[in-house]
Design a protein around this ligand. Structure first.
Ligand SMILES: [Zn+2]
Length: 80
């Protein structure tokens, strides 16, 4: 496991989500008390809700994770 700091130039606040859209995303746990601290995870299907409040919770500590990258899924998955 190596920590990747070289391509971390883009601020997560630059991420723009279209509303009601599915994305694949990478997220990172920033809670230093969590065993997932600084681990990154790939989210295969992340829903953008209204496009403003996009939240990924850590399954261990329950804190919101920082969204590092998000890529719009194409085609969009069909969710019943
Ligand atoms: Zn956590």
């Amino acid at each position: 496991m190596s920590e990747d700091t070289t391509d971390d130039n883009t601020s997560p606040t630059d991420l723009v989500f279209d509303p009601q859209t599915w994305y694949s995303a990478t997220v990172r746990d920033n809670n230093e008390e969590c065993r997932n601290y600084l681990k990154t995870f790939t989210i295969g299907q992340l829903y953008s809700n209204d496009g403003h409040y996009v939240l990924v919770q850590c399954g261990v500590c329950g804190d919101p994770m920082e969204i590092l990258t998000a890529v719009r899924l194409d085609p969009q998955p069909e969710i019943p």
